[in-house]
Every structure is written in C-alpha cells, then in structure tokens.
Design a protein around this ligand. Structure first.
Ligand SMILES: Nc1ncnc2c1ncn2[C@@H]1O[C@H](COP(=O)(O)OP(=O)(O)OP(=O)(O)O)[C@@H](O)[C@H]1O
Length: 254
C-alpha cells in the first residue's frame, strides 16, 4: 500500500490548523506524528480516516484519489483509534470484538479475538465476563486497540494509543506494533517520545500548521544517539525560554 498525502489543508473557522501537508508513505513504515498540543495531529488523523474533509488537497491510495467519501473497500483496509475510544459499554470485551468482526465480515474471528484480548489484557481470565462499562480507562483502551487490529488492517492509525496504559501494557503494545509493522503502514501519535523512538521508522513533526520535518527517524537524530525530545525541542522551540509568569503565589512556602 502506498499512501500519498497531497497538500492537505484544513482550517476551523479562521484558525488554520494544517497547511499543505504532503508526504508519501508505504507499507512497512511506521510514521510517528509529533508536535505540541494543538499542533493538528488529531486533525490529520481525522482527515486520514475520512472523519473530516480537507479544505483542499487530497489523499491518494495506490494511485487512486480517495475523494470526499472513501470507498467501503478502502475503509475495510483501515484500522483506526481516533478521538475518544468508543466502545459499547453493555457488552463484554469478547462480545464487542465479535460485533466488530461482523462489521468487517470476519466469519471465524474467535481465535483472533481470544489471542488479542489475552495478549493485551493480562488479567483477561478474570475480566472476560465483565461489561466494558465497568472497565478502567486503560482496560478500555486495550480493547479499543484490539478492535483496530482484529481485521489485520493495511493502514493502521493510532492517535495516542498509549494513553492510560501502564508501563507493562505499554511495553507489550510496543512489541506487538513492532511485530505487526511489516504488514501495514502505521501512523501513530504520542507525547511519550520514548515510545515513538521505539516504534517509529519515520517522523512527521507538525508545528505552526506546517510540516517541520518529514523523514526517517535516523536522519532526524543525525545518526547520533541523541534524545529525541532534545532534538525535537531544538527544531520547534529553538529559543525556549522559561515562563515569565509570576507564580510565586503558588510556589512559596505556606
Ligand atoms: N472540531 C473542531 N472545531 C474547532 N477547532 C478545532 C476542532 N478540532 C480541533 N480544533 C482546533 O484545531 C487545532 C488542532 O487540534 P488537534 O486536536 O488536531 O491538535 P493535536 O495536535 O492533536 O493536539 P493534542 O496534542 O493536544 O492532542 C487546535 O487549535 C484545536 O483547538
């Protein structure tokens, strides 16, 4: 799969969020999308999943422009965790994934469902009969991630998948994503740059509505064993200064 993002531009009212975002990426790449709060990462993911329409620009998949409404056949090739993970809270995790399997027309998904849930939810045997409404934030997140992977998507879009995950679950998800990487083109965002470093092959840095960097992670780090966060700060906040706000009312001793 080859995805071309061509000059995507999006504003909300008078607020330009993305300007002329362009790149070409293909199966096997994992693109880490990073930038400050409000930089436009989720907006980009919403454009990639047809939740939002661009003001201009387009997406081209394997040479075919996707148009305003992505064809169903294209949507079936995608798996996405965007915005707040939405689950049917009355269902157990297994029932929910069976529901997702039906949407994707997967007749024999039971073995997949069992193995994914058992991998992602370490206490699966004890929680398997509980309704999702009673799950913790992190447990819900893991079920949502399982629902994105069930149909083996060729385009995997994960907006902040590590949110709510404990250190063990985060490590387990990293290993799963690294194993799955050759099967798909993955876009992933995270403010935890240690996670991005461990999973991304490529980096897309968005700042001030524009692409500040697009390329391999290795090139971004100039081939050095630098810390990704430091290199990123140099790029998007070269004259970083401490806040000048007077917060002594908060920080002085009582
Ligand atoms: N539906 C909307 N209507 C109006 N403005 C929006 C909408 N969605 C996002 N925005 C604005 O677009 C900008 C980019 O938001 P977006 O959620 O894409 O940022 P982000 O990079 O994902 O941020 P974060 O790291 O905080 O999750 C922000 O200024 C936000 O206020």
């Amino acid at each position: 799969m080859v995805l071309e993002i061509q000059n995507l531009t999006k504003s909300f009212g008078r607020n330009p969020v993305l300007r002329n975002v362009s790149l070409t990426a293909e199966t096997g790449m994992c693109v880490g999308v990073v930038g400050r709060n409000g930089a436009g990462k989720s907006t980009l993911f919403n454009l990639l999943t047809n939740i939002l329409l661009p003001d201009s620009g387009q997406l081209v998949l394997d040479g075919q422009p996707l148009g305003e409404t992505f064809p169903l056949a294209v949507k079936r090739r995608m798996g996405a965790l965007v915005n707040q993970a939405y689950l049917v809270e009355q269902l157990t995790p297994e029932e929910y994934l069976q529901f997702v399997a039906r949407i994707y027309d997967l007749p024999d998904a039971q073995a997949r469902i069992e193995s994914l849930l058992a991998h992602l939810l370490e206490d699966y045997p004890t929680v398997r009969h509980k309704r999702l409404g009673s799950f913790s934030t992190g447990m819900k997140q893991k079920v949502a991630i399982a629902s994105c992977l069930l149909h083996r998507p060729e385009l995997l879009i994960l907006d902040e998948p590590f949110n709510g995950l404990d250190v063990f679950s985060g490590t387990s998800l990293l290993s799963l994503l690294n194993s799955y990487r050759p099967q798909a083109l993955t876009f992933i965002s995270s403010h935890n740059l240690a996670h991005i470093e461990q999973v991304a092959t490529h980096l897309l840095v968005i700042d001030n509505s524009e692409v500040k960097y697009w390329g391999t992670l290795t090139d971004f780090m100039h081939g050095e064993r630098a810390v990704l966060g430091d290199t990123l700060l140099q790029l998007i906040q070269p004259t970083a200064t401490a806040s000048t706000q007077d917060l002594s009312w908060l920080t002085t001793q009582r």
